[in-house]
Design a protein. Structure first.
Length: 434
């Protein structure tokens, strides 16, 4: 039982405890392996950016900017925001550092915490982590398919199965305005059946009504006009090309004509990846189906920051959702180093000699555990037993004076005394035999 402490983590924020770390590490490790194979380079941007970057990029009428931003005013009077997503910061850095003059596409990946003032619930935090991919300067749908493939591979390497990729196109500035009008007309006549938020969305950003997680809004949505019936030629061609690329892979995709993204800057392709197994559990638990990965194409964002049109594609993994799924399903995490040797020391002088001896084992890359705070041999052997090491080294007063050390085989209790300068080699030889 956790003892009640005077302080708790802020609402919606959580500690990632030592026992959870191997899952998180595994997610980042697999992600980085894939990113590097595909020629992505790591970038780190500040956790704080100018608030305006998000208002202009992510969009002032999005949930994120409207309701979910953590903002602060600096002593100098600047308005900053804790990043709610990676893309705007990376796009800013791209122009700020002249990456626009590098060979394209410029492929970047980033990992770290993001912040959104959300209503906390299962799979929804106010500080969470993302693994993020961005490609700048490529308009071919081949990139859309490749990035989707990368995220899918990442989840399947982490041992997720029964994955489903939802894709859609949300058009561009050519075709979307007309579709938005159609959609607004449709929802306006059914306004009474929508939630209060959607009534407002209807006025400021009608596409977001499609994204609402309320059941009653989803019911109204079921008969709404579909954007794929209203794409312009260019968007239609791009979408068809994406589906052709996806058909060439074994990726289990599904066209969801109502999939939109919560951000303003998306154009053409949008996608989300779900685990059907997790979604089923979420449904049984009465919570909404959470995407593990989401992203899409954003050909209009960079122009807002740098004046130059640069097509782009990106997406992000919700690391908490993935790590929690891995843990729940018992998927493998990063292996922890398991010590195979224990050092027991008896008294002051042996304790002093131990520090150096432990370091010799570290240099030899032989994991060794100890319990320097304990003095009784019995307590130390009990600890060694618990750790299930194969050997315990016993260093007493006499051994220190003789320059020797005792090696005890834990399964038989057999003991042997060896010269202390040979102990690392002796242990290495013995461990090899097992
Ligand atoms: P949702 O529709 O679930 O709110 P989103 O569209 O806001 O997601 P994105 O901005 O695309 O999500 O973020 C990418 C991924 O980050 C999501 O697919 C999800 O896995 C994860 N994510 C988003 N919000 C949260 C949150 N509050 N807590 C934990 N993970 C999150
Ligand atoms: Mg959201």
């Amino acid at each position: 039982m956790a003892r009640k402490s005077k302080f708790q983590a802020p609402t919606g924020m959580h500690d990632i405890l030592p026992e959870d770390q191997p899952y998180y590490q595994r997610v980042f490790q697999v992600g980085e392996e894939i990113a590097q194979f595909y020629g992505f380079q790591r970038i780190e941007t500040p956790i704080l950016e100018n608030l305006e970057l998000y208002e202009k990029g992510t969009g002032a009428s999005t949930d994120i900017v409207e309701k979910q931003m953590f903002t602060l005013k600096t002593k100098g009077g600047d308005m900053l925001a804790l990043r709610p997503e990676f893309t705007p910061g990376i796009a800013r850095a791209y122009f700020e550092h002249g990456m626009v003059d590098r060979p394209h596409p410029v492929k970047l990946y980033a990992t770290g915490p993001v912040f959104r003032y959300e209503h906390p619930q299962s799979g929804r935090y106010r500080q969470f982590h993302q693994f993020n991919l961005e490609v700048f300067g490529e308009q071919s749908a081949a990139i859309d398919a490749q990035v989707i493939q990368m995220f899918y591979s990442m989840l399947s390497d982490l041992k997720f199965s029964h994955l489903i990729i939802e894709v859609n196109s949300i058009g561009d500035s050519q075709c979307r305005p007309y579709y938005k009008k159609l959609l607004a007309n449709y929802f306006r006549t059914r306004q009474n059946a929508l939630c209060a938020d959607c009534k407002r969305r209807l006025r400021i950003n009608v596409l977001r009504v499609l994204d609402c997680k309320e059941e009653k809004c989803q019911r109204v949505r079921a008969q709404a006009p579909q954007i794929i019936d209203h794409l312009c030629d260019e968007c239609k061609r791009h979408f068809r090309s994406l589906l052709e690329f996806l058909d060439e892979t074994d990726l289990p995709y599904h066209l969801d004509p109502y999939l939109v993204r919560g951000l303003d800057y998306y154009t053409k392709t949008v996608f989300e990846i779900f685990s059907e197994r997790l979604a089923q559990q979420e449904q049984e638990g009465g919570v909404s189906r959470n995407a593990l990965v989401a992203g899409g194409r954003y050909d209009n964002l960079l122009k807002l920051y740098g004046g130059k049109e640069v097509p782009a594609f990106g997406g992000a993994v919700g690391v908490e959702r993935v790590a929690e799924g891995m843990r729940r399903f018992g998927f493998p995490a990063v292996h922890e180093i398991v010590p195979r040797v224990f050092l027991a020391q008896l008294g002051d002088l042996p304790k002093k000699k131990s520090i150096r001896l432990i370091e010799e084992f570290r240099k030899a890359r032989i994991p060794l555990a100890e319990s320097l705070g304990r003095d009784s041999l019995r307590a130390q052997l009990a600890r060694a037993d618990k750790l299930e090491v194969q050997y315990t080294l016993i260093l007493g007063q006499r051994e220190v004076l003789d320059n020797t050390i005792v090696i005890r085989r834990m399964d038989t209790g057999e003991q042997e005394t060896v010269p202390s300068e040979r102990v690392v080699e002796e242990i290495r030889r013995r461990l090899k035999k097992i």
